[in-house]
Design a protein around this ligand. Structure first.
Ligand SMILES: [Zn+2]
Length: 339
């Protein structure tokens, strides 16, 4: 049973919004573009094991996606967590093309692809930390259940190598996706005894869901000042900024597209990059609309919730964050921001 669906990939969408609204010469542009590509690949990798997972767990098992849990002053994140009555498995999915080399000396993962080497943080250290933090949290709530962890490479063509200093057992939880069902059977064989009751499973689930905390993200989270974000309505098909407003429509001079609702996409960017509330004045500044009447018309047409009286009125950019099964398709309802 899926107890927590995969979250709306807010960091990925924020990066996409940021990339279309930053000048290409901005010092952060290249690193943000790289991070965006990594996150897209990561999400694709996580989605790619959904089928295997659906075949692996029983109705009584619980699956949690994208948990962000506290550990002292910080948080740790778990892509996928499988909770059964006998054991827990942390599944960390890596979607990395090319050859990956686990370097023990410097605790890093080196990827070689098309003749270029790139360093990633060490997934072995990552799952060690995740396991430790998760065990601390569940023991705090009096649950004592074995926690296993797996690093699953989702791309079958990834060539996995490791430095010879590693003992075989240190690498035993690194697997390819195809091995996942067999490895899960081994774990099931290892922990046959039921340790927690169905009632305690529910309690444990409530603890995990209670402690799960969303991360507040904005342009500033990526080291970009909000003043650097380019204003104007962007063209949804080609990302050109600014679209021009004529006869109650938005026109793109780059691709000749026109739209009645392009401002909604741009307000979605605003909610991701700057704030999830906006005043009429801020809307005029962000969308570069000189006319107060036009901005008021647009605000009213979206039927947004608002707070405050006339002058201090702020509109809530109500982002509906559903579980994400596709990272490229977004649908918009005419009167509402809708992902
Ligand atoms: Zn265009």
């Amino acid at each position: 049973m899926i107890k927590k669906e995969r979250s709306f990939p807010v960091k990925l969408y924020t990066l996409q919004a940021l990339l279309r609204r930053l000048p290409k010469h901005h010092p952060k542009y290249q690193s943000l573009q790289d991070e965006c590509l990594r996150r897209k690949a990561g999400l694709k990798g996580e989605q790619s094991i959904d089928y295997e997972l659906s075949q692996l767990h029983t109705k009584e098992d619980y699956i949690f996606h994208d948990l962000r849990l506290p550990n002292r002053e910080q948080f740790f994140q778990l892509d996928t967590l499988l909770v059964t009555k006998s054991f827990i498995v942390i599944i960390e999915v890596k979607n990395i093309a090319g050859t990956v080399y686990f370097d023990k000396k410097f605790n890093q993962l080196i990827r070689s692809y098309n003749g270029v080497e790139e360093a990633f943080s060490d997934p072995l250290l990552q799952i060690k930390r995740q396991r430790l933090h998760l065990m601390e949290l569940i023991r705090l709530h009096k649950f004592n259940i074995p926690v296993e962890s797996l690093i699953v490479f989702s791309n079958p063509h990834t060539l996995i190598k490791a430095s010879p200093e590693y003992a075989p057992h240190e690498l035993s939880n690194i697997i390819h996706r195809a091995e996942l069902p067999f490895r899960m059977n081994l774990i099931k064989d290892k922990y046959q005894k039921e340790i927690i009751t169905p009632k305690d499973m529910k309690k444990l689930s409530s603890v995990l869901l209670k402690y799960h905390t969303h991360e507040a993200i904005s342009a500033e989270s990526f080291g970009v000042r909000k003043e650097d974000v380019i204003r104007g309505v962007h063209c949804p098909p080609c990302n050109y900024i600014p679209m021009e407003r004529k006869r109650k429509k938005w026109y793109c001079t780059a691709c000749n597209d026109h739209s009645k609702t392009a401002h909604i996409d741009s307000l979605s960017d605003y909610s991701l990059l700057i704030s999830n509330t906006i005043s009429n004045k801020e809307l005029r500044d962000f969308l570069q609309i000189p006319s107060r009447c036009t901005s008021l018309y647009l605000l009213q047409s979206m039927s947004l919730e608002s707070t405050g009286a006339t002058k201090d009125k702020r509109y809530l950019l109500n982002l509906e964050r559903s579980s994400c099964d596709c990272i490229t398709h977004r649908n918009y309802a005419p009167n509402k921001l809708f992902w």
